[in-house]
Design a protein around this ligand. Sequence first.
Ligand code: MG
Length: 375
Amino acid sequence: MVELAIYAANPELSRGRAHEEPAPYGRNQFQRDRDRIIHSSAFRRLEYKTQVFVNHEGDLFRTRLTHSLEVAQIARAIARNLRLQEDLVEGIALAHDLGHTPFGHAGQDALNECMKDHGGFEHNLQSLRVVDYLEQRYAEFDGLNLSFEMREGILKHCSAKNAKQLGDVGERFLKKQQPSLEAQVTNLADEIAYNNHDVDDGLRSGLITLEQLSEVQIFSEHLQLVRKLYPALEGRRLIHETVRRMINAQVLDLCQHSSRLIATANPQSVDEVRQHSPLITFSSGMQKQQLELKRFLRGQLYQHYRVNRMSAKARLIIRELFNVFIEDPGLLPDEFRVYARTDQPRAVADYIAGMTDRFAIREYRRLFAIEEQSL
Ligand code: MG
């Protein structure tokens, strides 16, 4: 086994958990965190939540669950390369999207709009809320009681106003500090994963074409290479051979550039990492290519009229559900109804955010379709 770097997060030196617990047996603190995440109900629901394509549009598109697994795979590969703590990046990757609403960003924007007079809604903050409070599994505490390092990594961004109320994990946003390298790695692994699988899913759906994508440098470079190597290759294999090379190039660039930054900064501990500027970054050349790809996806895929139609429906469903539960909390399931007595808007937001795409659609039908039988 390769020895961890001195700047890696060490489970033996964890800042600990909100509720003290006996040390885990046969696994380290971060492995225990990861195991708790996998066994949570929010994690299982990721299977039926989506980012761009709604769950019922096809069985081959990524869901938030497969996305999270891809992020974990990419993040672990990078962590191994940089001699960072793999269990921590795996846990952060598997938990990073737990707070997402149904229907991807359209759902999150709609819920944020509904909550604008009640403290707003941030999906990232919600992921932390899920692991800190909303999971109800243990006798002695709410949430999963994860280690500080795992929670630090889950909270990728946060407004100053919210940071003030979060205690230890909020501090870095006020002091403008960085999280561990494991958290920084997972953040960029997330970016690598979704840019590439959105290319793949976008092509599969037919909403974008190879011709359009050929205008994007990073794609066309690798496409040309594959065509040179395999002139007869076409269809899915051509796409896959191109996308896997793109992922590889981005991972390699990130590892090489970050290694250089780390060597120059020479941090001697995680705390020194936290006080330094970001040490996990792409080279400026790769950053430019990433930006071009993102711009393309935003213009051609995320704003495609068919995606816009689904987003409009999603916003409608979220808004209507929110309004009906605010007007009549008696319609909420019992556990949320009790909690709605102390903070009604937040209880409604938590209930809606926890829904899968298909549950939200069913709930909408149950509440608004006159002919619906099951209530
Ligand atoms: Mg993600």
